[in-house]
Design a protein around this ligand. Structure first.
Ligand code: HEC
Length: 217
C-alpha cells in the first residue's frame, strides 16, 4: 500500500477549499481522511461517562451502595411476605402431602383423630351438634373440599366456636381428619339441620378423600 497521492488509477479527489488543511497526509487504497474535531455530543457523552463512573464506583464500592444481591433480596422479601400471607389464608394446604397421607391410611387414622377431638361438637359421624352437620352438602366456611376444609380446621373459626387446631393436633393429623371428614360428606345422616350454602358439584363420595385431592392446585 503506498501512501502517495500520485497513483494514476485514483479518481480526482475533491476537497472543499476550507477543509484542505484538514486533509491527512495518507491514502489507504484511495481513501482519504479529514481530521475533524470529534463532535461535541460525542465528547460530552464520553467524558460524562467517565465522570459518572467515578461517582458510581465510589458509591457502590465505598459508600455502601446496594449490591445486585441486596436489591434482589429486597424485592424477593416482598414476594415472600405475599406468599406467607397467602399460605396463612389457605392454611397452606398441600395437595401432594394430602394424597400421600390418604394413601397411607389417612382416613382410618383420621377417624381416630375425629373421635378424640371433634365428636364433642360435631357428634359421632359428624352429624352435628354445637358444630354443623358435616354429612350434608351445606357448608358455612368452605366448599366441602379438602383444600377448603383444611384452613377451617387449621385456623378454626374461633369467633363462631370452632377451635384452632394448628398446634393442638399435628399437621399430619389435620390432614388425616380432613380426609375422614371427606368420607362423611353427602351421607346426609339425620342430625343438625343444614347450615350455610348448598354446594352441589363436588365429588364427595366415600372415596372422596382420594378423588378430591388432585383437583387442588
Ligand atoms: C368446641 C366445638 C368444636 C370442636 C371441638 C370442633 N368443631 Fe368444627 N366447628 C365448630 C363450629 C361451631 C363450627 C361452625 C363455625 C361457623 O359457624 O363458622 C365448626 C365448623 C367446622 C367445619 C366447617 C363446616 C362448615 O360448614 O363450614 C369443619 C370442616 C369442622 N368444623 C371440622 C372439625 C374437625 C375436623 C374437628 C376436630 C379436629 C372439629 N371441627 C372440632 C365447633 C367445633
Amino acid at each position: 500500500m503506498s501512501d502517495n497521492h500520485s497513483n494514476t488509477n485514483e479518481p480526482k479527489l475533491h476537497v472543499e477549499e476550507d477543509e484542505k488543511h484538514l486533509l491527512l497526509d495518507h491514502n489507504y487504497d484511495g481513501i482519504h481522511e479529514l481530521d475533524h474535531n470529534l463532535p461535541n455530543w460525542w465528547q460530552f457523552t464520553f467524558y460524562g461517562a467517565i465522570v459518572f463512573s467515578v461517582f458510581y464506583f465510589i458509591f457502590y464500592q465505598f459508600l455502601g451502595g446496594p449490591t445486585l444481591r441486596d436489591e434482589f433480596k429486597k424485592e424477593y422479601s416482598k414476594i415472600e411476605a405475599l406468599q406467607a400471607e397467602m399460605k396463612k389464608k389457605s392454611g397452606g394446604f398441600d395437595p401432594e402431602l394430602y394424597a400421600k397421607i390418604v394413601a397411607d391410611g389417612g382416613v382410618k387414622k383420621g377417624e381416630e383423630v375425629f373421635v378424640a377431638n371433634c365428636v364433642a361438637c360435631h357428634k359421632e359421624q359428624g352429624i352435628g351438634d354445637i358444630g354443623p352437620n358435616l354429612t350434608d352438602k351445606y357448608w358455612i366456611n368452605s366448599k366441602g373440599t379438602p383444600e377448603t376444609n383444611y384452613p377451617v380446621v387449621f385456623n378454626g373459626v374461633p369467633e363462631n366456636g370452632m377451635p384452632t387446631w394448628a398446634g393442638v393436633i399435628s399437621t399430619e393429623e389435620i390432614y388425616q381428619v380432613i380426609s375422614y371428614v371427606q368420607t362423611l360428606h353427602n351421607k346426609n345422616l339425620p342430625g343438625k339441620e343444614p347450615q350455610g350454602e348448598a354446594v352441589e358439584d363436588n365429588a364427595a363420595t366415600t372415596e372422596g378423600a382420594a378423588t378430591d385431592a388432585p383437583q387442588a392446585q
